[in-house]
Design a protein around this ligand. Structure first.
Ligand SMILES: [Zn+2]
Length: 344
């Protein structure tokens, strides 16, 4: 691949975990990914959730309308998932697979935004998991045990995943947005059908960036940012070149007033700055050779999707991330990033 110190071309990255929301914000939020990502896996925790074929079709139509407003070369391919709910039948899963979803998302009840209706255990949705395994759908998991202390929630969830792997040996499972060194090790040691997404914010920041000096609600997310050792384990996972780890931004915009208030919503709006920020980070670590497959190959291979058909060029050309975009404070707001996506 052509590369100089200040400019290089790479396959178009994919984002295997994003929230584009619905209604008014959606048309603005698709712009965060526009021109930077080839495929984006959309999370189903809208209101109402994407849990049936009619809901999927309605959401797909809404997404397509928003994408049509973008210039041709900035459009991305949306990939759809459905939200697993207690009481869902295997036949509904089969219908969702036929309708084109690639994954089902498991949110433990109460774990994050719009998750109150989620299952309390995998046992509660055994029929769904059987059908997903038979259909070859990927199970995406928000792996946090809501009853555990907040910094221990991800680790506390791992024994349940271990049991799941034994009971469903053919089910492809993605632990989403890893944040803890112990889960990095768990995924690395696990079978081939277990993989994980890693976000930009968990690679860039620690809990001290969020609450060390003053409190920055714009870095408050679930799972919460952890310690430097956890961030470093995530960086090492990317640098290792292991195909089990791939990029999922978990970009989750909330209007400023929902973040700067007495009960901040969780989520980092990272899509506008994630790619250039990660290129800057991994360039400084001497790790661009590992970052590129992490963002462009491993996820597609795990999901069984074709190689990226488009490319994108990055150039070293400092720019300041806007302090607000469409009423949301983006990741790295007001900071100068070294790299940007080149216009040509
Ligand atoms: Zn998410």
């Amino acid at each position: 691949m052509f590369r100089t110190k200040d400019r290089f071309t790479m396959p178009m990255p994919d984002d295997f975990h994003a929230h584009l929301r619905q209604g008014e914000g959606l048309s603005a939020y698709v712009r965060g990914h526009a021109g930077q990502f080839g495929r984006v896996l959309l999370m189903p925790n809208t209101l109402p959730p994407v849990s049936s074929v009619p809901q999927l079709e309605a959401y797909r139509a809404e997404i397509e309308r928003a994408l049509e407003a973008l210039p041709d070369n900035e459009r991305f391919e949306p990939l759809f998932s459905f939200k697993i709910l207690p009481g869902m039948r295997g036949t509904e899963v089969e219908a969702l697979a036929r309708a084109g979803t690639v994954a089902g998302k498991y949110y433990p009840s109460g774990a994050t935004t719009n998750a109150a209706d989620g299952p309390h255990s995998f046992d509660e949705v055994e029929e769904v998991l059987d059908a997903m395994e038979a259909q070859g759908l990927v199970l995406c998991i928000h792996g946090e045990a809501p009853e555990a202390p907040v910094l221990e929630r991800e680790r506390a969830f791992l024994p349940g995943v271990e049991r799941l792997l034994i009971r469903h040996p053919k089910l492809r499972i993605v632990l989403e947005h890893l944040s803890d060194a112990r889960s990095v090790q768990f995924v690395a040691d696990g079978p081939e059908n277990l993989a994980a997404t890693i976000t930009a914010h968990h690679l860039l920041f620690t809990i001290d960036d969020m609450i060390g000096n003053s409190m920055n609600p714009h870095l408050y997310c679930k799972p919460v940012l952890k310690f430097a050792r956890d961030r470093d384990a995530l960086r090492d996972a990317v640098l290792s070149g292991s195909k089990k780890f791939f990029f999922g931004s978990d970009s989750a915009p909330h209007p400023c007033e929902k973040k700067e208030c007495g009960a901040s919503a969780s989520g980092v709006y990272s899509s506008p700055s994630a790619l250039p920020a990660l290129v800057g980070l991994f360039d400084s670590l001497g790790g661009l050779d590992a970052l590129i497959p992490f963002m462009t190959e491993h996820g597609a291979a795990f999901y069984g999707l074709p190689h990226a058909s488009r490319t994108l060029t990055l150039e070293r050309s400092p720019w300041e991330v806007p302090k607000r975009i469409a009423g949301v404070v983006p990741m790295c707001a007001g900071q100068t990033l070294e790299w940007r996506v080149a216009c040509d």
